[in-house]
Write a protein that binds this ligand. Structure first.
Ligand code: T3D
Length: 257
């Protein structure tokens, strides 16, 4: 059985981290396969990506048995070849990536989840910045995204103490978008992906670009980029369709073009 499951259905790329016995901990094979699947999601037929975990966990982060193995990958390679490319690919993908956090998300697993565009979690999921517990610092973009999402003080506390937070606490802190009750989580999280897959894909891409840049650019630069990106959005077929559908009082039929 592959450590990553991948399926394309109704314009959605479904990626499932699939090492359930190991709580979907990342080994080299799974990290590289995830990168391949994220690359496959560049295909035009995919308009939204849905990332989740098989079994009880979203992901427990780095497979600690692999790092303890003297023949296993070295830590510098783990970051530069495994996690950083994953985070870059998610942030740069020209379509929304939904993280559907179905269970515990720890270490790199937590930070890969929170770097996604829309993060939703099942009520019983938990988030742990587990790094300090084993003598490491947060990685996989965690030191970039976490303080921007929840602020410096809470980021320092969570990463230093390694405390486990519930999905509801994480939502209240601003770490994620929504929490769904366990019995409706799958249905509700699919619904978000389904909605996104029928929206004006290019406008969503430009929105992602603009908001990505907002993390690092100043006010004037941001206004300038809005001008450029809005002009690009206004040249899409979906913009024409959106305006026409409004005037004709009907539901728009966006094609992602
Ligand atoms: O050198 C580097 O490490 C560089 C990379 C850094 C990136 C990182 O992600 S560092 C952080 C690594 N992750 C962790 O430290 C988390 C370790 N896991 C846990 O703390 C706990 O397992 C959880 C809090 C995630 C879940 O706890 P619990 O009690 O619900 O489950 P469990 O019994 O501990 O785990 C279930 C199984 O998954 C178990 O297998 P077994 O004993 O039933 O055969 C456990 O060994 C396995 N598992 C969980 N996490 C990992 C793991 N196996 C390998 N690596 C793991 N990270």
């Amino acid at each position: 059985m592959s450590s990553i499951l991948f399926e394309i259905k109704d314009s959605i790329g479904f990626i499932t981290l699939n090492r359930p016995d190991k709580y979907n901990a990342f080994n080299r094979e799974m990290a590289l396969l995830l990168q391949d699947k994220l690359d496959e999601c560049k295909s035009k037929e995919i308009r939204c990506v849905y990332l989740t975990g098989a079994g009880k966990a979203f992901s427990a982060g780095q497979d600690l048995a692999e790092v303890a193995d003297p023949n296993g990958p070295k830590i510098t390679h783990i970051l530069s070849e495994h996690y950083n490319p994953i985070v870059r690919k998610i942030r740069k993908l020209s379509k929304p990536v939904v993280a559907a956090v179905n269970g515990v998300a720890a270490g790199a697993g937590a930070n890969i989840a929170i770097c996604c565009d829309i993060v939703v979690a099942t009520e019983s999921a938990t988030f742990i910045q587990a790094f300090s517990k084993i003598g490491l610092i947060p990685d996989s973009g965690g030191t970039f995204f976490l303080p921007r999402l929840i602020g410096l003080q809470k980021s320092l506390a969570l990463t230093m103490l390694g405390d486990k937070v519930t999905a509801t606490e994480a939502e209240q802190m601003g770490m994620l978008y929504k929490v769904f009750a366990d019995d409706v989580f799958k249905e509700q999280s699919f619904k978000i992906a389904e909605t996104l897959s029928q929206m004006p894909t290019k406008a969503l891409h430009y929105t992602k670009q603009a908001l990505n840049q907002a993390f690092i650019s100043g006010f004037e630069e941001q206004l300038h980029d809005e001008e450029l990106l809005q002009e690009r959005a206004s040249r899409t077929q979906d913009y024409k369709e959106g305006v026409l559908a409004f005037l004709e009082k009907r539901k728009p039929n966006f094609k992602g073009e």
